[in-house]
Design a protein around this ligand. Structure first.
Ligand code: SF4
Ligand code: SF4
Length: 433
């Protein structure tokens, strides 16, 4: 749940999990998991760039494409439809028919745990931690490729701190058939980086912004990166990737959320909203527990409710959003500490790979010391995951895992495939619900 304190001068809880589970996950005395020995030198091949020199040119049909996107009629070519199917649908089918409980569909690869910004709500970076080595990155992709997984999401920290490594990893993963998700705060998303990543095969850019211009505690803003945003939006139809705004609703950006929603609409891109949460697990490196100007307190609930209702209205009016109306409604409950029972698939169909190659079921558990194994030798056990989720599911609002849990249902998948078939598979990157 987010912050349940009434007033901002009260200190928030250091973690959200129930104490027994928190102790179990963070006080493990087991030795740190160690990677298996490498089989030799592991390096990515040098990426070919440009693979498609014609795509470097401007998009002459931008206005026409933009109008189509705004009307919800963006055109996807057959290879792009196939790329999405290879990433999502075929791994889902395999995960249903193959024996055993561990069939990842999506993996989050933390190539960095460092960041060039400091959003005051964020515990997901520590600038004293070294990034993933090229060897671990390559071995991770090779291992994932040997499983059902075909969606590779880069994560951080800020993944673009080392653009050359990420370019090599994207190129390599795309050649192996992965559907690639690239989140970024966009400060380093220069046009030449966009061209390289798009040419390598990135399928979607998660453009994370919380404010139009910088605010105290919220440096992820659009104004400092506006030129990069315009370039990214303009080139998306040519390269065939998609872009969406990822916006965290905080107590001090409620008006910005509306403005960013309008900017996304003008530019024919989708939006994805999160509600600001305190850490699930205690984070010793987190600097902003006290005096945090971004956390939502009880006194803020009416204004946040009003914003959520405004978003629901826009969703119903046809604005493209990753969040369903139900999911937006649930935000209001979550603010009050309530989470409806749901079907978390973490540790079975989604996993994270930390910078050192160790594994965990999900992002909220990044700092847990429980041993879930390493790449090439996982130790996920359904009994442990089920027992853990009896407690953590009631505190967790993880959007990605909620969406995966909702979609992990044969009837819903069949319904979605039939709906897409009727539309000529022209909505394959749209909302599932
Ligand atoms: S840019 Fe992202 S990783 Fe960096 S501090 Fe902000 S939320 Fe955290
Ligand atoms: S409910 Fe799932 S995603 Fe959330 S903390 Fe538990 S295992 Fe992780």
């Amino acid at each position: 749940m987010p912050i349940l304190q009434e007033r901002e001068d009260q200190a928030p809880p250091p973690f959200r999990l129930d104490v027994p589970l928190h102790d179990l996950l963070t006080k493990s005395q087991a030795p740190k998991p160690v990677l298996l020995p490498a089989r030799g030198e592991e390096k990515f091949p040098e990426p070919v760039f440009p693979q498609r020199p014609d795509l470097l040119a401007q998009d002459d049909k931008y206005e026409e494409n933009l109008a189509r996107a705004k009307a919800g009629k963006r055109r996807w070519t057959a290879p792009l439809v196939l790329r999405a199917m290879n990433g999502w649908l075929f791994p889902y089918i395999k995960s249903r028919v193959l024996p055993g409980p561990f069939h990842p569909i999506i993996a989050y690869l933390f190539t960095e745990w460092k960041c060039n910004l400091d959003c005051h709500y964020c515990w997901a970076f520590d600038n004293s931690v070294k990034g993933m080595t090229e060897e671990v990155a390559k071995r991770s992709i090779d291992w994932l490729h040997s499983t059902t997984c075909r969606v590779l999401a880069f994560m951080g920290g800020e993944p673009l701190l080392r653009p050359q490594l990420v370019h090599k990893a994207c190129y390599y993963a795309a050649q192996k058939g992965f559907w690639i998700y690239m989140p970024t705060n966009a400060r380093l998303l220069r046009p030449d980086v966009i061209d390289r990543l798009a040419d390598a095969g990135v399928a979607i850019f998660n453009f994370a912004v919380d404010a139009v211009d910088e605010r105290p505690g919220l440096p992820k803003a659009l104004v400092p990166v506006r030129k990069y945003f315009d370039y990214l939006v303009r080139k998306q139809y040519k390269y065939g990737y998609a872009v969406f705004f990822n916006i965290n609703i905080c107590r001090n950006n409620l008006e910005d959320v509306k403005q960013l929603t309008a900017i996304a609409r003008e530019n024919g891109i989708a939006t994805d909203y999160h509600i600001n949460e305190s850490p699930m697990i205690e984070q010793n490196h987190f600097q902003h527990y006290a005096a945090n100007d971004t956390f939502i307190y009880q006194e803020d609930w009416p204004k946040v409710d009003e914003l959520v209702d405004w978003l629901i209205e826009k969703n119903r009016a046809g604005y493209k959003m990753v969040n369903s109306v139900q999911r937006l409604q649930d935000m209001k409950e979550f603010l009050r500490g309530k989470v409806r029972p749901w079907n978390c698939r973490a540790g079975q169909n989604s996993i994270i790979i930390r910078v050192d190659g160790s594994l965990a079921p999900c992002f909220p558990m990044y700092s847990a010391t429980h041993d879930w194994g390493v790449i090439e030798k996982h130790k996920f056990a359904v009994s442990q995951l089920d027992e853990m989720k009896k407690s953590c599911q009631s505190h967790c609002f993880s959007t990605l895992n909620h969406n995966l849990g909702f979609c992990y249902n044969d009837a819903r998948v069949i319904h979605w495939v039939l709906k897409q078939a009727v539309r000529g598979f022209q909505g394959v990157t749209g909302s599932f619900a």
